[in-house]
Ligand binder design. Sequence first.
Ligand code: RM4
Ligand code: MN
Ligand code: MN
Length: 434
Amino acid sequence: MNDAPPVNPRDPNFISRCNAPLRADLEADYDALTRQLERRGLKIEPVMRAVAEFRVAIPSWGVGTGGTRFARFPGPGEPRNVFDKLEDCAVIHALSGATPTVSLHLPWDQAEPKALTERARELGLGFDAVNSNTFQDQRGQALSYKFGSLTHTDPAVREQAVAHNIGCIRVGEALGSKALTLWIADGANFPGQQHLARAFERYLESAAQIYAALPADWHLLIEHKMYEPAFYATVIQDWGSSLMAAETLGDRAVCLVDLGHHAPHVNIEMIVARLIRAGRLGGFHFNDSKYGDDDLDAGSIDPYRLFLIFNELVDAEWRRASELRPANMLDQSHNVTDPIESLISSAIELQRAYAQALLVDRAQLADYQQRNDVLMAAQALKRAFTTDVTPILARGRLERGAAIDPIGAYRASAYRKQCAKLRPVGEGSRSGIV
Ligand code: RM4
Ligand code: MN
Ligand code: MN
């Protein structure tokens, strides 16, 4: 057994061998669900097709083991560089069928763009939004970001941060990206540390220079975050600041909602509805949380909240209220699981929420709302949410040549063990965040 040749989890023959013993049960479950939905006046096929088309980008930093402020416990066979990361992302995509693009973070993923595009092409991957980093100082960097970047009091620091972002756009152009995600850690830890109004003005000025450097078919995704590392006030702390910035900058500046970047219990689906109304919902960083920016796996803590967000998206499509196609990405930190397994199952949780949202009888719901039949309106959502759509998701994957049971196939391939041999410990990142 030990001498068996290594299995490539991306090999379509391997995947179909894994699928073979599962096909009959899947068919039976899919048929049963088809009949159940028919009784509710719903057609399964369009839901399955829509779910099979669903895509979410993988953040390059998500395939390494994350960490907290206290420690990082690296796992075996971690990616050592961006090329290893791409390979892991290709495994996630081959098994899930849902993640054909990778979002790079610069300068963490610095490499020759030509080498990156070539490797990505070989692996059947593309590049999503590029992320800039002005929340850390890099070795050899002229000026420090300790007291801010785009909003720093010193114009020279602001200039350096703007130049970095423009550099990211240039790299992104070479990779075929179509967006720059802008998240800054700038803010204050003490009242009085920063002039709240002036800091925002400086943000708008710096961001305008970045916006001016965007190619015509690009978007600027403005990501807000309530706190951390600034614990008193963050310059772009909420969707209000983000929306104000987007509206000031121009049409191609849009808002990105990272689910973890809000106070606990905030009604995120309402924020989504408002941003759709404003025509500025640019994208998501999906994850889940219990207390703060916990970066836990999507749908692992509060799947109903995830469903309610997808409910707003599907509703907007149904009403044709929005022309925007939000950029979907996972943004998670995997501290105690194999990142590949977490990312596969998170992509599936998003598809689950999407499928459930597609099962809401919208005409009926609108009628209950109109008549103020509160209980039935609430039940219309719960009914969709409590439907076990697992067979729809699995069937969608099968149609894409992916795995019926992606985690099972991943484990059967022993990919992580192979990586542990090929990627010796000690060469990867040891930093706390990624
Ligand atoms: C931030 C934010 C950004 C991500 C960094 C690593 O909290 O979520 O999206 O680029 O973390
Ligand atoms: Mn994020
Ligand atoms: Mn975050």
